[in-house]
Design a protein around this ligand. Structure first.
Ligand SMILES: CC(C)C(=O)C(=O)O
Length: 464
């Protein structure tokens, strides 16, 4: 990244100055960064060791794409499902609206019905915004429905400009600017989705384009948002890495050279290289106010940044949940499982069936002494999910004792331990099961049966 001694307080002057420095580079042939993306080899991460300073905004937030990118990649939700999820996003985001906006398709009558029903709720947050085909008719529709903002696709890498749109950079930029002007003419605030930014020419296309967008914002006095879309998940957050893959480099460039204020920058990540969460956190840390996410990360291919992950990233960075009700996350996971038929993979952090279940006997022994040893935080308090020990051949006496204590919610005076006869008899039964060649974990029902039978034999009760 170039290190320029430009420091001015006046926004307009800064834009004028930067405009002379960063003109559009209208290349004849696409720059596909073959050094970074050889295609027949695994992509490369390059370093120039330019260090970007931390610049986390005072206020940061989450925006939601469950009903847009999320729905793009699966069967559509029913209208009543959308309304229920929207209600829950409102509760999860809390009174300060940490989940600030949610974007909706407006293509079909069914899409629009869902929007009307959600709007009827009258919530301030998440604000309902749209995603449309970028034409005058659709801008009018956004206005008619009473929305203030719409997303517009402005793909910015040469992969898209040359190969998909069959345009030059200049043609693409002029086309985008005319569409965005049309949107502003309608009085609607455009949210410009800079698709594939992590393979784009940041100084040759993205910055000159943003400078033009900021000029339009000045002219119309309507906010123009920049959504930095890491469409293929190529973004990296390593200190000293090179743009266009460097998340902090992109955010720094947008702010310092593109003149885009933090509150108008959002990061939209994908998880192709397992980096969606850390890249989104990085975007916050280096100056983007918004991170765009979907519930459980459901989105194209490997998915988007999961909302629930960023709720806990927020709390860790800010030291407070700021009123977010995290127990709603568990309710939503149950709703997706029971009503929508979508089960999140068992080991998924915060929501998977096994996210706080331990199996190994040695861990269970620790848990039995003090649950903090093997639980990330008070998962019962924040997610209504008490830490659990599943019983298998490796659970040992301590694991079985912990399962009984947790399952039957035994008070301290009633709790069993590895010396209890009940625990020892159940352990013998478990061992026999596995000696006979069993390879699956024991179900709750099987354990309940054997425990009930043993309690009768021993003349004890686990009731409170
Ligand atoms: C289609 C675009 C806006 C997108 O969602 C992405 O780049 O991931």
């Amino acid at each position: 990244m170039e290190n320029r001694p430009v420091k001015m307080n006046n926004h307009t002057n800064l834009l004028q100055l930067e405009e002379h420095i960063y003109n559009l580079v209208d290349v004849q042939t696409p720059n596909v960064y073959r050094n970074l993306f050889p295609y027949d080899e695994v992509p490369k991460i390059a370093f120039n060791d330019r260090i970007v300073p931390h610049n986390m905004p005072e206020e940061i937030w989450i925006t939601d794409t469950t009903f847009r990118d999320g729905q793009q990649s699966r069967a559509p939700y029913k209208t009543e499902q959308i309304v229920k999820i929207y209600d829950d996003l409102h509760r999860l985001g809390g009174p300060k609206g940490i989940i600030r906006q949610s974007e909706f398709f407006l293509y079909s009558k069914k899409d629009r019905d869902a929007v009307y029903k959600c709007m009827e709720r009258g919530y301030q947050f998440p604000e309902i915004t749209s995603w449309i085909r970028a034409n005058k008719k659709d801008f009018e529709l956004v206005k008619e429905i009473g929305m203030k903002e719409t997303g517009i696709l402005v793909s910015c890498s040469d992969y898209h400009i040359f190969f998909k749109m069959k345009m030059t950079r200049k043609e693409a930029m002029n086309h985008y600017l005319s569409v965005i002007r049309e949107c502003l003419e309608t009085g609607i605030s455009p949210r410009c989705h800079l698709e594939d930014i992590t393979r784009s020419d940041i100084f040759g296309f993205v910055i000159p384009f943003c400078l033009e967008l900021m000029k339009l914002m000045e002219e119309y006095k309507i906010p123009v948002k920049i959504r930095a879309c890491d469409t293929m998940g190529y973004g990296v957050n390593f200190a000293g890495s090179v743009i266009p893959r460097s998340v902090q480099g992109i955010i720094y460039g947008l702010i310092t050279h593109g003149g885009v204020p933090s509150e108008l920058i959002e990061w939209h990540g994908h998880n192709d290289f397992y980096k969606a969460v850390t890249n989104s956190t990085t975007a916050w840390l280096y100056g983007a106010c918004g991170v765009n996410c979907s519930l459980f990360g459901i989105g194209e291919r490997t998915g988007n940044t999961p909302i629930e992950a960023m709720v806990f990233e927020y709390a860790q960075l800010k030291g407070t949940l700021d009123g977010m009700d995290t127990t709603v996350i568990t309710e939503l996971a149950e709703y997706f499982d029971k009503e929508i038929g979508y089960r999140v993979p068992e080991r998924t952090p915060f929501v998977g069936r096994n996210f706080n279940v331990t199996r190994a006997g040695i861990h269970a022994d620790g848990l039995l002494k003090n649950e903090e040893i093997y639980n990330i935080f008070d998962t019962d308090k924040f997610l209504n999910r008490p830490v659990l020990v599943a019983v298998s051949n490796t659970s040992g006496l301590a694991g079985i004792a912990h399962w009984i204590n947790t399952y039957y919610k035994l008070t301290a005076d009633k709790q069993v331990d590895k010396n209890s006869p009940l625990v020892q008899i159940v352990k013998e039964w478990v061992d026999e099961e596995y000696e006979d060649g069993r390879v699956t974990v024991l179900t709750d029902e099987e354990l309940i049966d054997v425990i009930t039978e043993t309690c009768i034999k021993l003349g004890i009760s686990l009731k409170k």
